[in-house]
Design a protein around this ligand. Sequence first.
Ligand SMILES: O=C(O)CCC(=O)C(=O)O
Ligand SMILES: [Fe+2]
Length: 353
Amino acid sequence: MGDTSILAPSVQELAEQGITKVPEQYLQPNQDSILVSNTTSSPQLPIIDFDKLLCEDGIELEKLDNACKEWGFFQLINHGVNPSLVESVKIGVQQFFHLPMEEKKKFWQTEEELQGSGQVYVALEEQKLRWGDMFYVKTFPLHIRLPHLIPCMPQPFRDDFENYSLELKKLCFKIIERMTKALKIQQPNELLDFFEEGDQSIRMNYYPPCPQPDQVIGLNPHSDASALTILLQVNEMQGLQIKKDGMWVPINPLPNAFVVNIGDLLEIMTNGIYRSIEHRATANSEKERISVAGFHNIQMGRDLGPAPSLVTPETPAMFKAITLEEYVNGYLASKIKGKSYLDVVRIKNDIHA
Ligand SMILES: O=C(O)CCC(=O)C(=O)O
Ligand SMILES: [Fe+2]
């Protein structure tokens, strides 16, 4: 993509040295800490039962529609992905992050290649570092896989990871089908056509325990550039927070559920009806936290813009049509900060602005 990033050291390695003070580069003094506490008064993330959606349950479909409009996030239960596969992936991811450093180094990012182990995206030397490591890999279409990443993962994790990514891709298609219904789009393939082969990447996030958790950030506030993200919380530690009505709401993941969220691409495709919401990951002092995000994107080479049937005289286009390449390059250049890039493609000064 022409961009290069500066390599950051492993936070896991740093944390394992037993430090009691966090190095300067990780300190984030101006954190936005407006928070909804975890009391009964906190608004609760909607829970969608996928079984009911598959049975054409109209009430559940309306719940899905409202969740996508008002939250941009929901928890999905009865999603149909084999629970024993999910369990194996959870074990495999934890073991993967605990491989000896020499093993992990084989997967390390380089200045030219963002895929592999490392930090998210460090564009400037002076940029603050986040309190977390990751492993990022493009999984579909198959021909874009790099030979030194998935093919070199230890077994049986490699097979489980491959099966899991395929299951997520199938689930994504099924969710998009239900969203098409919820949006009352007549042509069943109007949204699905954007996905065709199904472009997917997976990011495994590792947040080590931190001696000063309030002074650091696991993952900076961002909205996902994807169309649809399906997120697995690997262990019971809390950390994901989403911005709802100006406040950070902590998410309590349900066992056997996925946290699903709308990304920027789908906000554009739905002409702003479904919302791509800012979220972040915090650190804690007790225990490591691990999550696995499956990002589903539209096909490279496709033009990006609102689905034609969602643009009407009453609801004019809210986003400019651009190519996906232009979007991706612009997003990376804006350095994964908040929702700034989506605002660049938003059409201003119309009745929706
Ligand atoms: O760790 C989490 O729960 C959030 C991960 C996330 O937002 C991402 O990978 O984009
Ligand atoms: Fe995210």
